[in-house]
Design a protein around this ligand. Structure first.
Ligand code: HEC
Ligand code: HEC
Length: 347
């Protein structure tokens, strides 16, 4: 059986039952024609996990998450007192900001597009080039970076200590420890782990509601897993392999290649989740692709062939209707906006 499958299906991550399903579906163009057992196996692979994983070195507590939420929205974490984490990572834009490149506290454009913070509890490497291996490590960085929030750390604890309303919040989260930089990093990271994409039409389809998504999106799902080869890097419920790839974008940013001597890591960046993707264009570390249709055109034939180009990227030869189906599929990965109330900032 395996020998007859397209190369994308023979990879480690595909259960055989799914491969059988997709082989059947490819022949007949729609996944609904697979038998019930195969469909169940496929749905298992895309089923959402029931719980958020928290690391042993920073276990969940509601007090830490509450403190972290407040800090995330507090612009006093920046040198000018004007910029919060949430200025760039906005809940309503799937925790990105709708700009190709954000402006830092000093008004200059940043080097890279703001990535979403969705589902980072399941990630092992952070930032586009993976330079941080813990979420706690990406809190004090943006605060003190002169290009981002421009707040010297030695003054930060004093600044927060002067706010009477912070004392009880830190005491509840870290009893007897006072206000510390470690506490700030742990609380913000704990809050970020609770930032999880909501249920999307795709999930309702996975759960068995055939009417949750249209026929074009279903056909797009089959393409995603077969001819278009997207699942080679974006497979599974969170639609990312957590790895680094050069997908052939025009860029002068070496990305992962600046820290990993492997020649294939030149121009390689972390695969983003595709959850809520319709809500957070423009796309890519460059912010250079404005729409999902442009993204699909990029993968179809728009990429730059160069030595570091990932071997899973190749001309796809998609018909116009297939491109439409893929975009329809990407759209059903976006759930209704989850209501999010900005916390009261302590005085
Ligand atoms: C001025 C805009 C801006 C602000 C303010 C900002 N960020 Fe970011 N954030 C970015 C950009 C741009 C990147 C990508 C950096 C890179 O890859 O080199 C990023 C990356 C991240 C990542 C990595 C995401 C991933 O997929 O690995 C995390 C986590 C993060 N930021 C958290 C925060 C926190 C916490 C704060 C507040 C303390 C904050 N950011 C403030 C723009 C911003
Ligand atoms: C070789 C692995 C790989 C394959 C195959 C692949 N992607 Fe990607 N995808 C990535 C990486 C890596 C990025 C980030 C690239 C960058 O910014 O430099 C990305 C970015 C994206 C983004 C932008 C997300 C964001 O938040 O900016 C979308 C949308 C996307 N891919 C969809 C697709 C679709 C649709 C397909 C199939 C046609 C596909 N990908 C195939 C690895 C892959």
């Amino acid at each position: 059986m395996r020998a007859h499958l397209p190369r994308v299906l023979s990879g480690r991550a595909f259960p055989l039952a799914l491969a059988v399903l997709i082989a059947a579906a490819t022949a007949l163009a729609l996944p609904s024609l697979a038998d019930a057992a195969d469909l169940a196996a496929m749905k298992e692979r895309y089923r959402r996990p029931a719980e958020i994983p928290f690391p042993r070195y920073n276990p969940f507590s509601a007090e830490k998450a509450d403190l972290g939420r407040v800090l995330f929205f507090d612009s006093r974490l920046s040198g000018s007192n004007q910029m919060a984490c949430a200025s760039c990572h906005q809940p309503a834009r799937a925790w990105s900001d709708g700009r190709a490149k954000s402006l830092g506290d000093a008004g200059e454009a940043l080097r890279r597009h703001t990535p979403t913070l969705l589902n980072l509890a399941w990630s092992g490497r952070f930032t586009w080039d993976g330079r941080a291996d813990a979420l706690e490590g990406v809190v004090l960085g943006p605060i003190q970076d002169p290009h981002e929030m421009n707040q010297p750390l030695d003054a930060l604890v004093g600044k927060l200590t002067a706010v009477a309303g912070y004392r009880p919040l830190f005491e509840a989260a870290f009893p007897g420890q006072g206000i510390t930089l470690d506490g700030i990093a742990q609380a913000v990271a704990t809050f970020e782990r609770t930032v999880v994409s909501g249920s999307a039409p795709f999930d309702r389809w996975i759960e068995g509601d055939e009417a949750a998504i249209g026929e074009a999106a279903k056909a797009g799902f089959v393409l995603f897993n077969t001819k278009a080869n997207c699942a080679a890097c974006h497979g599974g419920w969170n639609f990312t392999d957590g790895r680094f790839h050069d997908i052939g974008l025009a860029t002068d940013d070496a990305g992962r290649g600046a820290r990993d001597p492997d020649a294939r890591m030149r121009f390689a960046f972390k695969t983003p989740t595709l959850r809520d993707v319709a809500r957070r264009g423009p796309y890519m570390h460059t912010g250079g692709l404005a729409t999902l249709a442009q993204v699909v055109d990029h993968y179809d034939s728009g990429f730059i062939a160069r030595p570091s180009l990932d071997h899973e990227i190749r001309p796809l030869g998609l018909a116009d209707q297939e491109k439409v189906n893929l975009v329809e599929f990407l759209a059903v990965l976006t759930g209704d906006p989850k209501p999010f109330s900005v916390p009261a900032i302590p005085q």
